[in-house]
Write a protein that binds this ligand. Structure first.
Ligand SMILES: [Fe+2]
Ligand SMILES: [Fe+2]
Length: 313
């Protein structure tokens, strides 16, 4: 973590804007007290069969490690998107979220090295053009709220995906008999993700209640057009996420299974933004981008997704 990006987010303490009494501020305080970064000395990297582990879950570990490490870039993005964040947001990002996630990345990175997994290259510095554009648009009255809303929604889907992935990874490691890393790497990490999810959920609910009709309309349409599967910013990464879903057995059952997974990833934002609408219970834009990941991963292996049904007798 470069000290410059850190100081940008930690420097101004706008105490005047602190919402001491808010639910969100209490949540952030509690997370900070109850979940310090995982102590490095608590981790036991003992692996029984690192080769088997790498073969079975290498794609998952490499992917999650990259996403956790890229939090360093997310901080740069935050500085562009929210140059003047509410104090409670600043406290969450700087004092709780970033120190926890950076530690997740560090621990997973060491573990993947020990298992001989080829790491995915992390982008720590290069901020996407779309974000720079949103940052610039933030000077237009009312638009910064939309950027903030989109950031919370991305956080919501990202943290939910992380919770689901670590739960499945934990189960898979136990099945492989890798008890040490299941208990001292994945279990403590997965305990810290729901608190992040809850933060984004509360923040999104609070802000959604303050948005006007046109802001809500624009947020919904931008979200539909810009939804990305967690941590995938190009075709290669979307394909790699397809591999992750395959390894975690999220997509092997075909469309019905994947729709179920999409529902879990997208439920919170669906209920927030589309609650008044009836009918479809899955935001279709979530399902479509997950399906594309599953298809690309299958295609790279010379297969099709979903796997062809055996012909009926
Ligand atoms: Fe994490
Ligand atoms: Fe997280």
């Amino acid at each position: 973590m470069s000290m410059r990006s850190l100081s940008n987010i930690t420097a101004p303490l706008r105490r005047g804007r602190r919402r001491e009494d808010s639910r969100l501020a209490d949540h952030v305080d509690r997370l900070g007290e109850e979940h310090p970064p995982i102590p490095l000395e608590s981790v036991d990297y003992t692996m029984k069969k690192p080769n088997l582990l790498a073969e079975r879950f290498g794609s998952v570990l490499a992917y999650m490690t990259r996403v956790e490490l890229e939090v360093e870039r997310n901080v740069l993005e935050l500085n562009i998107l929210l140059p003047d964040p509410p104090e409670v947001d600043r406290r969450f990002y700087a004092d709780v979220w970033m120190p926890q996630e950076t530690r997740h990345g560090l621990i997973l990175d060491k573990m993947q090295q020990l298992a001989g997994i080829v790491p995915h290259e992390a982008n720590l510095t290069d901020v996407d053009f779309k974000l720079k554009l949103l940052g610039a648009l933030g000077k237009v009255p009312g638009v910064q709220d939309i950027s903030r809303m989109l950031y919370y929604l991305t956080g919501l889907a990202t943290e939910r995906s992380a919770v689901l992935a670590y739960n499945k990874l934990h189960t898979g490691l136990i099945e492989l008999g890798e008890r040490a890393i299941a208990a001292t790497v994945v279990a403590p990490i997965k305990r810290q993700e729901p608190g992040h999810f809850a933060y984004y959920q509360m923040a999104a609910q609070e802000l959604w209640g303050q948005l006007s009709g046109w802001q809500r309309w624009l947020t919904r349409s931008l979200r539909k057009r810009t939804f990305e599967v967690v941590g995938a910013y190009n075709k290669r990464q979307v394909t790699e996420f397809g591999d992750v879903m395959d390894a975690l057995e999220v997509s092997r059952g075909g469309e019905a299974d994947l729709r179920d997974y999409a529902r879990q990833v997208g439920r919170a934002e669906y209920e927030l933004m589309f609650a008044e609408r009836h009918g479809l219970r899955v935001p279709d834009y979530v399902f479509k981008s997950l399906r594309r990941a599953a298809e690309l991963a299958a295609e790279r292996k010379g297969e099709t997704w979903p796997a062809a049904e055996p012909a009926p007798l």
